[in-house]
Each structure stands twice: as C-alpha cells, then as structure tokens.
Design a protein around this ligand. Structure first.
Ligand SMILES: C[S@@+](CC[C@H](N)C(=O)[O-])C[C@H]1O[C@@H](n2cnc3c(N)ncnc32)[C@H](O)[C@@H]1O
Length: 251
C-alpha cells in the first residue's frame, strides 16, 4: 500500500491526536515557522499540510495555501477554515511562480519520486523564492523510531525514505541553488507519559497497541528520560533549504 492510501485510512486518528493534544508539537511548529522567515505579504505553500496546523502561525490567512493528497486532511482543513487543495504533491495544478516560500514538514519521506516533487516546487516558487524542508534524516534516532518501533506496531508498517545526500542532488537537478543542510532539535511535550503514549498511539496509528512500558522503552533511544514534571521526547529533524535564483537559466 502506498502512503497516500495509508494516510487515507489513518488520517482520522492523526487529526484526533492533533486536536486533543494541540500543544504536543508546539516547539516543532514554532521552530519550523521560524525557519520559513515569512515576511508580511509573502505567500506560503504548506506541502503536505495535514490538518493545517501551520496555518495557525500565519497572521494573514490569505498568505497561506495548503496541499495534501488525503481527503480526510482536506476536509479537516476546510472545516477549520484553512485554505487547502486536495492534490498529489507532484502535480498540484497550482499557478506557477505564485509562492514566495514552499514549506514542507515531515511529508517528503513518504514521497518516493522526489525529483518530480522538487521540480514541481521549483515551478511553484517565484524567482527569489525559498524552499524549507524539515524532515527525518537517514540514520537518525527519529528515523529508527519510525522505521522500527512504528513499523512494528502499525499493522500497515512504516518504511520512510528519509532525507539524505540524494535529496540535495535532486534539488540541484530541479534547478535550486544555495542548497544547505542544518539540524533542528527540540522536544515534543505533554504533561504525562500516559498522555504522550495516547498521543503517539493515535498520531502514528499504532493499532497493534503497544503498552506504556513498551513505548517508554522505545523512547529511550530518542534520549527520553523519566521525569515527574512532564513528558519531553527529544525529537530532531534535518533542515534542507534552497533558493530559486532570481535570474536563472532555468526560467
Ligand atoms: C506526518 S504527516 C505531516 C503533515 C503536516 N505537515 C504535519 O506536520 O502535521 C504526513 C503527510 O503526508 C501526506 N502524504 C500522504 N501521502 C503522501 C505521499 N505519497 N507523498 C507525500 N505526502 C503524502 C499525508 O496525507 C500527511 O498529511
């Protein structure tokens, strides 16, 4: 089953997790929004947007366009008044050169034809526009957590193709310049371990129901340590940024 089909099935639980515990990923969204460096009047494409959480960070909603292939995410966005188009990420049908920034948070690792994806984002950006990808890096603790623990406890499995050197090459092939890597480290946080267990069980669609002790054990690999005050899960992603040059031989 491809990831569009998997998200078609598990989107409802993902949305429930985000709505029930809206603060769990607040550090992640704040960090990502900061990296976008969105200026007043600039237009942002959020791809894939999931249930549109990032739109809450944008002061003027006319600046925001989300895209996502999963019908349930599209519906959730529309109910929340978030501008979303249900579409493949590789062929959005949106007008070319109409965005100042393309942002992509944890969606690239589900997409196996990345050169086409990067070509589409290059087409959608105006000259001078920027691309900001924040996603799981290959051979990292978060990558192992997803492709090992989540893979084991979600009956559809999880095999993400995480960011690696070929992505930088693919971006350059698509026409991007100033391709840069960085690391983004922060935590997911909820008041208790039980809350985090329930949140992750829904967010990752863990229908094979790992118990709390089993999940706590998996968190150790992420750098979690027991704490009475709150449950903080260290969560770090890779940041890949690039620019569509103002005057380019690709235009
Ligand atoms: C982990 S969620 C991230 C959503 C949102 N950016 C967030 O951070 O909450 C992954 C998203 O990828 C979308 N998706 C589904 N199939 C995909 C595919 N084939 N390629 C890329 N993304 C896909 C899903 O619909 C889902 O919204």
């Amino acid at each position: 089953m491809d990831y569009s089909a998997i998200f078609g099935k598990r989107a409802g639980q993902y949305i429930e997790a985000c709505e029930r515990w809206p603060d769990a990923r607040v550090e992640e969204f704040s960090a990502f929004f900061g990296y976008l460096k969105l200026q007043q009047g600039e237009r942002l494409l959020d791809a894939p947007c999931g249930n549109g959480t990032l739109a809450r960070y944008v002061s003027n909603l006319h600046q925001y366009q989300g895209v996502d292939p999963a019908p349930a995410f599209d519906r959730a966005c529309k109910i929340a008044g978030v501008n979303c188009k249900k579409t493949s990420l590789r062929a959005t049908g949106l007008v070319g050169a109409s965005f100042d920034v393309v942002g992509s948070l944890t969606g690239v690792h589900h997409e196996f034809n990345r050169v086409e994806l990067y070509q589409e984002w290059f087409r959608l950006l105006r000259p001078g526009g920027r691309l900001v990808i924040m996603d799981v890096g290959r051979a990292t603790p978060v990558g192992e957590f997803l492709n090992d623990f989540v893979d084991r406890w979600n009956s559809n499995g999880h095999q993400g193709d995480f960011l690696h050197e070929a992505d930088a090459v693919g971006l350059k092939q698509a026409g991007f310049e100033r391709v840069l890597w960085a690391d983004a480290a922060y935590s997911w946080e909820l008041p208790t371990d039980k809350n985090m267990h329930a949140f992750m069980s829904k967010l990752f669609g863990l229908d094979l129901s790992p118990d709390l002790a089993t999940m706590r054990h998996s968190w150790l690999g992420l750098g979690w340590r027991p704490s009475p005050g709150s449950c903080r899960i260290p969560w770090s992603l890779r940041l890949l940024t690039a620019v569509k040059a103002r005057v380019s031989h690709y235009d």
